[in-house]
Write a protein that binds this ligand. Structure first.
Ligand code: HEM
Length: 359
């Protein structure tokens, strides 16, 4: 992650999985992804990131936690049955509504936002991409762009002082995002935020189900919650890997002493999931230890110049979401017979997770 020979210019990498005669015709979709600051290197990245840092200040605003709590409470109020699907009834809408609200765009569209961002997540996170899926992601990206470009999204974002409006009007060091960049960076935030938080919540509930029930209490207590959330981030991280492209030929010396020859242009997967379970770094690395003494130096949010922007939002959403869930449903259990994992290691989690609030 810190190696400058590795490039993040990888918007088009998933298309390499397709037969060469089927790789064209996706220019409009790639145009959106290529504008994402996440896929920029060097000075381009520094400029966009510095600029975005100013526009994204609301992630740290004191109004964010009350917003998350309101969304969580509304979703839990709407759950009428003791048995429900944690993903479709809670985790999916929670992440989509919170991030849409922060951008200031209509959060009633949360089901569409979940579908669109899931298609994009599959494109970048799955190691099996079909031509059909690329077409579906192209349609989803078009719909997402149409949604973000609609006058209603602009009007609401302005009215609420949302992030999208702020991105339009923030100027730093004489630089502004143009309209296409505003739409693309908004799409990036929706994608990067919703596709990861939703699975983190599902993975956490699944992992906690396998621990003694009293451990949930640690999430409810002010002095233990932050440490517990940090351990959930390490152990239940949905982002199992991040991608890079080799910017030059080089030889990599592996831990076991072998050498890997890397060729310029070769796509690489950096396994955060493996680093987070490194036994040389963490004692009882394969165990969820909610009281793990800090600092918990997991790599869940990456490292270096591309370090995640959304970490305060993730920590707050996870803590508030799980504490409220277990406060209302202290006996919550997972039906573990038919676990419905998605086929996606970049954004790993459950498509559905059946649970019951009754003992
Ligand atoms: C469980 C939740 C999340 C996880 C595990 C996660 C993980 C990561 C990781 C590993 C990176 C670095 C990628 C790289 O090095 O190429 C990253 C970057 C990024 N994340 Fe997150 N993320 C999460 C949530 C969010 C949220 C909620 C947002 C915003 C709403 C967000 C926005 C971003 C952005 C914009 C970048 C690109 C930063 C850059 O390239 O400079 N993420 N994230």
């Amino acid at each position: 992650m810190l190696d400058e020979r590795l490039s993040n210019s990888r918007a088009a990498v998933p298309l390499r999985f397709l037969p060469s005669d089927q790789q064209s015709g996706f220019g409009d979709m790639l145009g959106v992804f290529e504008r994402w600051l996440a896929f920029h290197d060097g000075a381009d990245h520094t400029r966009s990131r510095r600029h975005a840092n100013r526009s994204y200040a609301p992630f740290r605003d004191e109004r964010v936690e009350p917003l998350i709590q309101r969304v969580v409470d509304n979703l839990l109020d709407d759950i009428e049955s003791d048995e429900f699907d944690l993903m479709s009834d809670f985790a999916f809408p929670l992440s989509a509504i919170v991030i849409a609200d922060l951008l200031g765009v209509p959060s009633e569209a949360h089901a569409d936002l979940t579908r669109w961002t899931d298609d994009i997540a599959h494109l970048f996170g799955s190691t099996r991409v079909s031509t059909e899926h690329v077409y579906r992601t192209q349609r989803s990206t078009r719909e997402l762009v149409r949604f973000l470009s609609a006058p209603e999204s602009a009007r609401r974002s302005e009215q609420r002082g949302g992030l999208m409006h702020q991105m339009r009007h923030t100027e730093s060091h004489g630089y502004r995002f143009d309209e296409e960049e505003v739409i693309a960076q908004s799409a990036l935030l929706l994608f990067a935020g919703t596709a990861s938080i939703r699975y983190l919540i599902g993975n956490s509930v699944h992992a906690l189900d396998q621990r003694p029930p009293y451990e949930r209490q640690l999430l409810l207590e002010e002095n233990t919650a932050a440490t517990a959330v940090e351990e959930l981030l390490r152990y239940c991280n949905p982002v199992q890997f991040i991608g890079r492209v080799a910017g030059a030929d080089f030889t990599h010396l592996c831990r076991d002493g072998t050498q890997a020859r890397i060729r310029e242009g070769q796509p690489l997967l950096l396994y955060i999931g493996s680093a987070n379970r490194d036994a040389e770094k963490f004692s009882r690395a394969d165990e969820l230890v909610l009281t793990r003494p800090g600092p918990n130096e997991h790599l869940t949010f990456g490292a270096g110049r591309h370090l995640c922007f959304g970490d305060p939002l993730v920590r707050s959403t996870t803590r508030i979401g799980l504490a409220s869930l277990y406060r209302r449903m202290p006996d919550l259990r997972v039906f573990r017979q038919d676990l419905d994992w998605n086929n996606n290691l970049g954004f790993h989690g459950f498509q559905s997770l059946r649970v019951t609030a009754r003992v």
